[in-house]
Ligand binder design. Structure first.
Ligand SMILES: [Zn+2]
Length: 450
């Protein structure tokens, strides 16, 4: 008898901790939107992109079915088709300029073209813009080789395919704020297209809330270590912002805010969106601006003070990336469409789409969020003002221990202040708006005030 009881007590204590649950609550409309992403569509876009032979920035501008000129005309025609289904909300354009020769990767003045789809928000009072990019250009082993085959199926046919699929679906799905989907050019020659776009955004005072760069999101096999994983994707975010005023820098140092830049909060937000809307996909936060000593199209945006992140395959395959198409010692080199994992690409496109739909239909973050420092206390008093765009029915105040990457607790309030019995010494806090539709803003890291 004694034995029996002790066994049941033992079992109970083993089972208890597994009762902790994660509640998945999806917005019905966004869930249906995301379900529309098709791996067949993504495959067909990449097949067409590869059919242009090369999309090198210095390749043919005039050939009908070969080179960068033909490729960008095709992307434009796809956007124009989508625009027909948008009840006038979506416009497509080619943004062209002449890039002068430089001493690096442009050996003569060349005509450049970013292909852009702008999907106007339904709320005229909402000035926010959300930007999603992939890069249209491709490369061989030799960066100046503009004639040999460079299929660029994953780098970055995958990112452009995601952008095209989002245009197809969002042209039919009205959102409150404006979304810009863009196939930028000249990435491999030095981030030329995204630099041009970020500069244009700055000059025209675009209120860009978030920029997502998709560069290689369809490869699931590693070279060298021969691992296969299509259930994880990396998100790169800057910790210390590229651009800070002196005052912002002082505050960051005083509050230990180096892990709570706007870019990092966006990365955490995208991870929660992945958890909620995309099955069998884990978003892995990488605490770096980009991969080791490498860069991408989000960086020109970060350099101009915008909130921007990069999404990339969990594993890279260096036999397929930046390689001439060839067989050597029995190994097939080259960025070919048969190496793309279209189910993985589908999931990563879903992640983009769910993120943009949630953000563009949620209110913006609360304004002027502050931690009250008028006196020393073991309680933390936070206060804030209404969001600039959209309406909040309430707010979540988020909390985490200082050595933990993701927010651990959320306190709901419909007030614009809260006092929590937790010390600001031992926890980080942030505040996010909750829209009337239940959608959430990116959390904002509070400053200080009295
Ligand atoms: Zn790339």
């Amino acid at each position: 008898m004694f034995r029996k009881i002790s066994l049941s007590v033992l079992l109970f204590s083993i089972i208890m901790p597994t009762f902790s649950q994660t509640v998945i609550k999806r917005n019905g409309g966004i869930n249906r939107l995301v379900a529309g992403v098709s791996s067949d569509s993504l495959r067909s876009y990449i097949q067409t992109l590869v059919s242009f032979g090369t999309r090198h920035t210095l390749s043919s501008q005039t050939d009908h079915d070969h080179g960068i000129g033909a490729a960008r005309n095709w992307v434009l025609s796809k956007f124009q088709e989508d625009a027909l289904h948008s009840s006038g909300r979506m416009t497509a354009k080619m943004d062209t300029w002449i890039e002068p020769a430089d001493k690096h990767r442009v050996n003569r003045p060349v005509l450049m073209g970013n292909v852009m789809a702008t999907i106007q928000g339904t709320d005229p009072a909402d000035g926010r813009i959300f930007v999603v990019s992939g890069h249209l250009d491709s490369r061989c082993t030799n960066i100046m080789d503009s004639t040999d085959a460079s299929p660029g199926a994953n780098d970055d046919g995958s990112g452009v395919a995601a952008v095209l699929e989002m245009a197809r679906l969002l042209s039919r799905f009205p959102l409150k704020s404006t979304v810009v989907l863009v196939a930028v050019t000249g990435e491999e020659q030095g981030l030329l297209g995204s630099t041009h776009l970020a500069e244009e955004a700055k000059e025209n005072h675009w209120d860009i809330s978030a920029m997502i760069n998709n560069d290689m999101i369809g490869n699931s096999v590693s070279s060298g270590t021969d691992k296969h994983d299509n259930t994880q994707v990396r998100i790169f975010s800057e910790g210390i912002p590229y651009v800070e005023t002196e005052q912002e820098e002082r505050l960051r140092k005083a509050l230990a805010g180096e892990n709570d830049s706007r870019s990092r909060e966006l990365a955490r937000y995208i991870k929660t969106i992945g958890n909620t809307y995309v099955d069998n996909l884990k978003v892995v936060l990488i605490y770096r601006r980009d991969r080791f000593l490498r860069g991408g199209d989000h960086i020109p945006f970060q350099e101009r003070g915008y909130t921007a992140i990069r999404l990339t395959d969990f594993y890279e395959n260096y036999d397929h990336q930046h390689q001439d198409v060839r067989i050597e010692n029995g190994i097939r080199y080259g960025d070919l469409p048969q190496f793309v994992d279209y189910e993985y690409l589908r999931k990563n496109t879903c992640l983009n789409l769910a993120t943009i739909a949630c953000l563009a239909d949620a209110p913006s973050a609360p304004e002027n969020a502050r931690i009250d420092i008028s006196h020393l206390s073991n309680e933390t008093h936070l206060y804030w003002q209404l969001p600039k765009y959209g309406k909040a029915k309430g707010y979540y105040v988020l909390m985490r221990e200082t050595d933990v990457p993701m927010w651990q607790k959320k306190f709901y309030t419909d007030s614009t202040e809260i006092t929590l019995p937790y010390s600001r010494d031992n926890f980080f806090f942030a505040i996010q708006s909750v829209g009337e539709n239940g959608l959430l803003s990116v959390p904002v890291f509070p400053g200080i005030g009295r």
